[in-house]
Design a protein around this ligand. Structure first.
Ligand code: SF4
Ligand code: SF4
Length: 96
């Protein structure tokens, strides 16, 4: 299933000048929004971004920013799929 966010509204921003290419953000992103290209990350699918904030929180160089205060869409999806209260279990993985 290829769920997409509303087109062209995700607040994700990349400051490529700060990116060192450590690739942590590509490891923690649950939606394949980011991809390594040579020694920098690039945003390849902005509309897949659910603004969970994992990339921004885990970037050691503050190269990524996103307004994630409106709630975690991943948690809502998991809650719907599991028929439970919204929870993404981030406390287990430490992603956000
Ligand atoms: S975590 Fe930050 S520094 Fe590392 S690749 Fe991603 S944007 Fe670049
Ligand atoms: S905010 Fe979440 S979904 Fe969006 S790019 Fe970052 S880790 Fe991926």
């Amino acid at each position: 299933m290829n769920l997409q966010y509303i087109k062209n509204v995700a607040t994700l921003k990349l400051d490529a000048g700060k990116c060192t290419g450590c690739a942590i953000c590509t490891d923690v992103c649950p939606r394949q929004v980011l991809k390594m290209n040579e020694r920098k990350v690039e945003i390849i699918n902005l509309n897949n971004c659910i603004e969970c904030g994992a990339c921004s929180k885990n970037c050691p160089f503050s190269a990524l920013t996103v307004e994630s205060g409106v709630g975690c869409a991943a948690a809502i999806y998991f809650g719907i799929l599991n028929n439970t209260a919204p929870s993404c279990d981030c406390s287990k993985s430490g992603c956000c």
